[in-house]
Design a protein around this ligand. Structure first.
Ligand SMILES: [Cu+2]
Length: 131
């Protein structure tokens, strides 16, 4: 079982790389504006292309990432934030919110349970504006 999950994970990571090479998927970037309370909420879908968007830009402070896995692949059934020692299960087609604080200019990585699919939150300065 463990071996099958690893193989699935690897196959998916390779597929994501191939899609990236074609200029599709994994390199999409999303920027979100914080609400009145200064908190940013972003949605990340976990599908056959990996995390989408793979890069989330948010203002430093409280960030809630709402993950939703839409593909039935064991590889993608967990999300891990190594820097926060945080691991969450991602049940199929359910929203899973992860709320954390990101410091200014911090880049916080997140991965699938085996560290093959990758994404990140890039904290921009609190005064920075996306054009
Ligand atoms: Cu994986």
């Amino acid at each position: 079982m463990e071996v099958n999950v690893k193989a699935a994970c690897r196959a998916m990571a390779v597929a994501v790389l191939l899609l990236s090479a074609n200029g599709l998927g994994a390199f999409a970037v999303a920027a979100s504006e914080p609400d009145e309370a200064g908190e940013t909420t972003v949605r990340v879908v976990v599908d056959g292309r990996g995390f989408s968007p793979a890069t989330v830009k948010a203002k430093a402070g409280l960030v809630t990432v709402v993950f939703r896995r839409t593909v039935d692949v064991a590889c993608a059934n967990e999300v891990v934030f190594p820097a926060r020692k945080l691991r969450r299960a991602l049940p199929l087609n359910q929203d899973v919110s992860v709320r954390l604080t990101v410091k200014e200019k911090e880049t916080m990585s997140f991965t699938c349970g085996m560290g093959m699919l990758k994404g990140k939150i890039v904290a921009v300065e609190s005064t920075a504006r996306e054009s």
